[in-house]
Design a protein around this ligand. Structure first.
Ligand code: NAD
Length: 237
């Protein structure tokens, strides 16, 4: 049965990978999705730009009469360059998209979600925010920041019935991780990627979409301020 019937949800980074798979799954479950990305989605929006986020939230209210959810998912990795190779500009851009983006989503969506009673904001963090070695320095710091942000947001929205959670994906096969797969393939070590976790394989975008579906739906009505790890057991070791 449809689990998001009648809900209006904004998704950023909806043009590919996890955002695209989640948009499709949300739609299959009856949601109206405002799909936003720099390229490849219905609405062009920069997730780290305040005006663009305000515009998406206004669109939900004006064209659909409500907003029930926001999946702040857009992100950039910046590769695996070390602290000594990254520049201030690298850090500013990665933090702008990955951390200020979710901040803007919460700041502007929560008051509107609150107007119609209840809803769910989900931010894509990463296992890189929990442990070293899974991403570059700015990326990992930005994702640790997202995990902190959802906890603070859940506290500051106390009494509102707006829940805020994060998802921490492990290795998922998308455009962002193509270079990891390509590098492993070039070395003839593709099978070794699976040894990163007990399930012995990388994940696919739909497996993160399923977690987002749970957090967006009323089935997670008592889950709040939580970082849900979806990594095949990678961070359990
Ligand atoms: P992806 O590259 O396929 O998708 C990211 C999307 O975000 C792209 O469509 C891109 O155009 C968009 N985007 C980038 N900057 C943007 C901006 N400023 N405004 C709007 N859109 C922007 O990669 P993905 O793996 O689907 O990434 C989605 C999220 O998942 C990211 O936050 C990423 O950090 C996170 N994540 C991915 C993995 C993984 O292994 N793939 C693991 C952990 C976390």
């Amino acid at each position: 049965h449809p689990r998001l019937e009648g809900k209006v949800i904004i998704v950023t980074g909806a043009g590919s990978g996890i955002g695209k798979a989640t948009t499709e799954l949300f739609q299959q479950h009856g949601a109206t999705v405002i799909a936003a990305d720099l390229t490849g989605a219905d609405h062009r929006a920069d997730a780290g730009n305040e005006e663009d986020i305000v515009r998406l939230v206004s669109m939900a209210r004006e064209q659909h009469g409500a907003l029930h959810g926001f999946f702040a998912n857009a992100g950039i990795s910046g590769g695996l360059a070390s602290i000594f190779e990254q520049t201030v500009e690298d850090w500013q851009e990665i933090l702008r998209v990955n951390l200020i983006g979710p901040f803007l989503a919460i700041k502007h969506a929560a008051p509107v979600i609150k107007e119609q009673g209840a809803g769910s904001i989900i931010c894509t963090a990463s296992v890189a925010g929990l442990r070293s070695g899974a991403g570059g320095p700015a990326y990992s710091a930005s994702k640790a920041g997202v995990i902190s942000l959802v906890k603070t947001a859940a506290q500051q929205l106390a009494g509102s019935n707006v829940r805020v959670n994060a998802i921490c994906p492990g290795l998922i096969e998308t455009g962002m991780t193509e270079f990891v797969y390509e590098r492993a393939r070039a070395k003839g070590q593709e099978d070794r990627l699976g040894h990163l976790n007990p399930l012995r394989r990388g994940g696919v975008p739909r497996e993160i979409a399923q977690a987002a579906l749970f957090l967006a739906s009323d089935e997670s009505s008592y889950v709040n301020g939580h970082a849900l790890v979806v990594d095949g057991g990678l961070s359990s070791s």
